[in-house]
Ligand binder design. Structure first.
Ligand code: ADP
Ligand code: MG
Length: 617
């Protein structure tokens, strides 16, 4: 029999390797940014179109490549960074495997332009699926420009596997942030589809964090600093009260390389012991420096996991150092911070003159009476008064239900509704003026045919609002209360990106805003929401998205409606007038679902006269 083993052609080998190195557009971003840094760039531009599916372009002012190197860099195992295996243990560069460019060129259309400082002219090379299409001499500034177009053009399966633009852009932003945080001594600029997402001048690490995550971060940072023989630790943790529900901003850098390490993560979390609210995670930006020979970076193709020789010692030191910093901060908070006074003013008071406090009570205000407030449709015109499906009053609900045929009230024929209607169906006509009262500002108690009904006011209102918001998001027109004075709210660029993603859905719930540099200008908000709740509401929404935005629009809408309902619902502890209680009961029983809150908690329970009789027997 003839021999059957053959060496794979290079372009096939490269495609296979590409599967490891390039999982998604963000992987390309990471490799190109790292190459620019390794080339000694002082300023790096990232230009992306369609979340990297169409274009990823990195331009640096680094040392550039010679004509030969420009051609060679696309070969597999072509690297200028190591030449001997021992070099692996003394790395000062991001790259070393010499795989990235070969892999990327195997699965995309690549255009390289590069020039070294001491050369008159540079080189341009175009490669498509590992094949060199053209090479020419060009005039170009010092440094390298590498454009990667139509990623996975020749692997449709991989292309189809890519997530939505929002998700891919978030991955890219994450990679960008990681690289930018590790190198505050380099200026970065990031454009997506023509708009600038980040502009980061050369600065110190604290300023870099603030430039990426927004001005408000500054006062949340607690410095961490410790030098020992085997480990230097520097950076910041966020004060415990700013711990987030989502695993958001957690960054470890080892010798300036972003890494993931759950063991070290645990060390930091355990340093926060006793300081965190349940189910919240601390944020941190920690830079560890260890001797290069004590780590092995080569265990993972994308180089985000590394092995330490002395993990246990590092754990103990890290934990103790963070604990110490938190302790220092607790004892003497002012010593650690140069406080920027302007950051302390709540946004709604910024630029406003101080005035003596006065008490104003709007006695006619009723949070449930949506119809009576002035609305403008978020599209601009004035809004036509929208009647809710709720019956006009509790009494009419009774009358209608009693007189089942020809009832003027439309009740969904769902199982829950039948339960609800059965409860009220044969109340004595004389008794139809309904009584309610509030128990401990938490429950609304009312009588029904078989006894008593106790309704959890907060959950009931959440249900009512949830259905209202959901209807608005999925409908054509939203209701919005227009603000007399637009509000400016600060957000980090990546958070602004998330708000932009959700703009259309938010618009329908009543949020009307323009995105500007580091801010939004808000001119309208959902009718139920108070001004003071906006920032918190939007931040929770952003956090929710960060911990995983559902892919399909339906679940996204549900998530938004749920969150808005939760934020704007009347809370346990709020006293309600009789009229408000009645209206809430009316609205609840006009909902599609009456028994469960949007987070699936029971809304009401009944106490039958039978139960009461038993107790009294
Ligand atoms: P690695 O970074 O592991 O060496 P790459 O495939 O990423 O492998 O790059 C191959 C080589 O191409 C690098 O070693 C470097 O010499 C050269 N190179 C890549 N990008 C740049 C750049 N932006 N500027 C200068 N040289 C570069
Ligand atoms: Mg590289």
């Amino acid at each position: 029999m003839s021999d059957i083993i053959q060496l794979l052609p290079d372009h096939v080998a490269n495609q296979i390797a590409a599967g490891e190195v390039v999982q998604r557009p963000a992987s390309v971003v990471k490799e190109l940014l790292e190459n620019a840094i390794d080339a000694g760039a002082k300023s790096i531009q990232l230009i992306v179109k369609d979340s990297g599916k169409t274009l990823i372009h990195v331009i640096d002012d680094g040392k550039g490549m010679s004509v030969t190197d420009a051609r060679l860099c696309f070969e597999r195992h072509a690297t200028s960074k190591i030449s001997r295996a021992e070099d692996l243990f003394n790395l000062n560069t991001k790259g070393f495997r010499g795989e990235a460019l070969a892999s990327i060129a195997a699965i995309a259309h690549v255009e390289l332009k590069t020039k070294q400082e001491n050369q008159e002219v540079g080189t341009a090379i175009r490669i498509e699926g590992s094949k060199v299409v053209s090479q020419e001499v060009i005039v170009t500034p010092k440094g390298t420009s590498l454009a990667v177009k139509n990623l996975f053009f020749n692997i449709p399966a991989r292309r189809n596997f890519l997530k939505s633009n929002q998700v891919e852009l978030r991955h890219i932003t994450d990679e960008f942030n990681r690289v930018a945080l590790a190198h505050p001594d380099i200026a970065f600029n990031f454009h997506h589809n023509g708009s600038q997402l980040f502009n980061l001048p050369i600065s110190n690490i604290k300023q870099r964090i603030v430039n990426i995550f927004g001005a408000k971060t500054k006062e949340k940072l607690v410095p961490v600093d410790e030098d020992t023989d085997i480990l230097n630790i520097s950076g910041f943790v966020l004060k415990p009260e700013f711990a987030k529900k989502s695993r958001g901003e957690q960054f470890f850098f080892v010798n300036n390389r972003f890494i993931k390490n759950s063991y070290l993560h645990h060390a930091v979390v355990s340093a926060f012991e006793g300081l965190l609210k349940e189910k919240t995670y601390p944020s941190y930006f920690l830079f560890l420096e260890v001797a290069p020979e004590t780590i092995d970076i080569n265990i993972h193709p994308t180089k985000t996991e590394i092995k330490f020789d002395n993990e246990h010692d590092l754990y103990a030191m890290l934990r103790a150092t963070v604990k110490h910093s938190l302790g220092m901060f607790n004892v003497a908070p002012v010593l650690d911070f140069e406080k920027d006074q302007t950051l302390d003013t709540p946004y709604s008071f910024k630029d406003k003159e101080a005035s003596l406090p006065k008490i104003e009570v709007d006695s006619s205000f009723n949070p449930f009476q949506q119809e009576e407030r002035t609305f403008k449709s978020s599209a601009g015109g004035s809004f036509k008064s929208q009647k809710t499906k709720s019956a006009d009053s509790w009494e009419s609900l009774y009358v209608g239900l009693k007189d089942e045929v020809g009832s003027s009230i439309q009740i969904e024929s769902s199982e829950q509704q039948e339960v609800a209607s059965a409860m009220f169906s044969d109340v004595n006509e004389e008794e139809h003026v309904q009584h309610t009262f509030q128990l401990q500002n938490k429950f609304i108690i009312t009588t029904i045919k078989s006894g008593l009904l106790a309704i959890h006011q907060q959950r009931a209102h959440e249900r009512v609002l949830f259905e209202t918001y959901l209807k608005q998001i999925t409908g054509d027109e939203g209701m919005s209360q227009q603000l007399l004075f637009p509000l400016q709210l600060d957000f980090s660029p990546s958070d602004l990106g998330i708000l932009l993603e959700l703009k259309e859905q938010l618009f329908k719930t009543g949020f009307d805003f323009k995105v500007m540099d580091q801010q939004i200008e808000l001119s309208g908000l959902p009718i139920i929401l108070k001004e003071s709740q906006i920032q918190e509401t939007l931040e929770s929404l952003i956090n929710e998205v960060k911990s995983g935005l559902p892919e399909d629009t339906f679940s996204q809408n549900t998530m938004i409606a749920q969150l808005l309902a939760e934020k704007s619902a009347v809370k346990t502890g709020t006293s309600l007038s009789t009229e408000e209680q009645l209206q809430l009961v009316n609205q609840l029983f006009a909902c599609k679902e009456t028994q469960l809150s949007p987070t699936n908690k029971p809304i009401f329970t009944t106490f039958t006269t039978l139960d009461i009789d038993k107790k009294l027997s």
